[in-house]
Design a protein around this ligand. Sequence first.
Ligand code: ATP
Ligand code: MG
Length: 463
Amino acid sequence: MPPDEILAEFVNRFGGRSFVDIRKGLFDKQLALLQDESRRKLACCSRRAGKTHVAGRLLVDRAHRNPGQKCMYLAITKGHARRLCWPVLHELNVRFGLGIAFNETTLTASFPNGSVVWLSGADNIREVEKYRGEKFCAVIVDEAASFGEEIGYLVNDVLYMALADLDGELILMGTPSASCSGLFFEEFTSDRSSWSKHHWTVVDNPEFPRWSGKPNWRELAARFVDDTRMMHGWDHNNATYQREMLGRWVRDTNSLVYPFNDSLNLYGQRPHASQWTTIIGVDLGFDDATAFEVVAFSGEHPALYEVDHYRRSGMNVTEIANKARELCDRWSPISVQMDTGGLGKTIAEEIRQRHAIPVEAAEKTKKNDYIELLGDDLRTGRVKVLKGSPLAEEMRILQWSDDKRVKEHPAFSNHSCDAFLYAWRCATHYTHTAQEPITVDEWVEREDARQYEQEQAREGFLY
Ligand SMILES: Nc1ncnc2c1ncn2[C@@H]1O[C@H](COP(=O)(O)OP(=O)(O)OP(=O)(O)O)[C@@H](O)[C@H]1O
Ligand SMILES: [Mg+2]
């Protein structure tokens, strides 16, 4: 009996449903990925190439083939995972009559054969840690270029073990990023990589709704790419065009939202000052992360320092309030700047009344102008960030969605950046004026005068 028939028989007997060929309707590049038996695979593609769609198909296929096992789809946050892959699973469920039971809270799709596809986010180390101890037969990381350096830890430390028992598959997929950093970039561009590599673009996707089913789809696809290029005023060498439409890695610091520079903007130890003023910035999310950033500044130093941070998805109002209380107790801020858009208004009110925390509505107008100003502070070293903080991670890779520098790219996390921006906007570290250098004689003269004034004060002359 050929392997496919044995499999069909197996699924029929133990899966409780009639066998469906989930590969039906996939195009050649997608099929090649789905049928690739390597344990480590990379799919580096343009936008709209059909990555997330094939991710959904692959998860269903593996769920069918591995009764009672778990597969996982990971995006940078649970919110991203829900927006990207959940609709694909729903669509496949209807189209192929898969009999999936969807749990909207846990984002788990349970199949009649007992296998489960779990959607989740990996937006901070704490989130990542929860996958320790799990056993997966397949894990897909979508938008893998948006993960930054953290993806190395996720893949090598956490997922490696989670896939070890079942010799499971790991697939990283995405569109190249402007920062050209992280494991996805390194493995895809390395000649010595042992990962199996796949590459295709939107012009390989005959199922793109705009031209799906049309006999001249190739021509329409090529025209679409060219029209998009011209509409944006890109020439053929334009970095955004190369990345987004051709799926090529082109480093381009101009596309990055923040000019973050490790040597200038990271710090180990804060300098001494007689007094520091602190402000907390909060960016609220539920499926997406809620981020807290605590900044400190002093009239004695020109820079503003990130001194504490916290970022986690799925926090409820009480957890947010407790975290705010804890950070307020630790840092005694003059203000808590919170994003009060949408549900934020109610949350801010609740925290103000129940916990007596000085929450204020964060200033959000002219965001892009302030991003440019914060950029100046980064360029001149007037912003210092803690090594290893999520803020540093986000600032290194967050990119604009196009050359006009108007919208931040939705595939990247910006919650810590936004929380920091709220706090930074409220800070007055820029009022620090640098002291002119003085000679030793001038210093002795000033010091004499200061001591004389002190003595006079002590003896009561000045009262
Ligand atoms: N095999 C397929 N059958 C039907 N539709 C498909 C197929 N592959 C892709 N599509 C459609 O093509 C479009 C792009 O697919 P998808 O969203 O998977 O691309 P993507 O590469 O993940 O895009 P992005 O870079 O924006 O995340 C969608 O409308 C999707 O439904
Ligand atoms: Mg996608």
